[in-house]
Ligand binder design. Structure first.
Ligand code: GLY
Length: 350
């Protein structure tokens, strides 16, 4: 880990912790709605949750790590790599739909239980954006790298260049070019719930969904990862919520974590995942916190919200989880010692 972080960690330990715990005790005594932090501990029951049906396969790889007492950070990285490598998943990693210019650009971020973060924005030609994000976190003094700089850094770290545009994605892009209109299909990852677009769009290819994953390990720590190719046929250089810590993902090891999927612009506007975690800090259940974050989006832009999907997913330190979305059809996958392949429907406003 870079020296600055060691320094910051050490300073926090020596100077801050005693006054923090004293203040917190006073705060929680005066305000019972504030949940005191649960410290890291062993023998917690591990759990991993992630967005959409494709989360099942991703959770399975994360579970291999968690069930052998591995760390939540390793679990979320390994987990979302499954979606990044799946060429049939056209909203994440290899096989992701390109931007307006036919270029696949990836956004990803990762956050550990010590508050360390790393992100890559508009990364090209590298399949596992999440692994580059982790390298940003662990090998640099920075938290985000974008575009050519992110690519150059990835090469320096030994990642190999790959063409991410599959034949199928190229075909969809060429089809889209005939009209070149942007009009996202709601719930593109859940074919049973796709809303019909106002006009018939070629191939239902207008998607922009994300894998967001949250894991609690046997040591009682939480980490999260979020990765996507973003909105299909977006403007070149467009960045959504997924690589923005606080928007697409947020972890606070005292409280829990949250992640999001859907139209990133509305999540960024409301700093959605940070909001969910802060609401859980105030005593909201994971589902109620997700619901309130969705309601903020709806209240702020009611007309916009009618025609878009945004979903939040949250996990607290007790291993409780929940989700809420604007539209019906947002699903999420849960994996723990009892169930390895559970898909649940997230509750929704409409
Ligand atoms: N949530 C993914 C995006 O908007 O890019």
């Amino acid at each position: 880990m870079f020296n600055r972080r060691k320094f910051i960690k050490k300073s926090a330990l020596t100077a801050g912790l005693f006054s923090f715990s004293g203040n917190l005790r006073a705060l929680t005594q005066n305000n019972p709605s504030i949940i005191p932090p649960s410290p890291s501990q062993n023998n917690m029951k591990p759990i991993v949750i992630s967005t959409w049906d494709f989360g099942v396969a991703a959770n399975a790889d994360a579970w291999k790590v968690l069930s052998t007492k591995g760390s939540c950070l390793d679990a979320v990285e390994k987990g979302v790599m499954v979606a990044e490598a799946d060429e049939k998943n056209n909203s994440v990693g290899y096989g992701g739909l390109p931007d307006r210019d036919g270029i696949v650009t990836l956004d990803a971020c990762i956050m550990d239980s010590d508050g360390n973060i790393g992100a890559v924005l508009a990364l090209e030609n590298i399949k596992h954006a999440i692994c580059v994000a982790r390298k940003v976190m662990e090998k640099t003094p920075h938290v985000m790298l974008a575009g050519k700089g992110a690519y150059q850094f990835a090469l320096e770290q030994g990642f190999k260049t790959e063409n991410l545009l599959t034949q199928e994605s190229e075909k969809a892009w060429k089809e889209w070019l005939k009209n070149a209109k942007y009009n996202p299909v709601i719930n593109s990852e859940n074919k049973n719930y796709q809303n019909a677009a106002p006009e018939k769009l070629p191939g239902n290819q207008y998607n922009h969904d994300t894998i967001g994953m949250l894991a609690l390990d046997v040591h009682g720590n939480i980490a999260g990862a979020c990765t996507t190719s973003g909105m299909a046929f977006k403007l070149h250089g467009r960045i959504g919520d997924s690589p923005i810590i606080g928007a697409g993902l947020y972890i606070d090891n005292e409280i829990g974590g949250a992640t999001s999927t859907g139209v990133g612009e509305e999540v960024v506007r409301n700093v959605g995942s940070f909001l969910v975690v802060e609401l859980m800090r105030q005593g909201y259940s994971p589902q109620d916190a997700c619901k309130e974050a969705v309601m903020r989006i709806i209240r702020k832009k009611p007309q916009t919200a009618k025609n878009i999907q945004v979903g939040f997913l949250a996990l607290n330190k007790k291993g409780e989880y929940g989700a809420y979305a604007i539209q019906k059809g947002f699903s999420y996958a849960v994996c723990n010692e009892n169930k390895q392949d559970l898909i649940l429907p997230g509750k929704s406003y409409y």
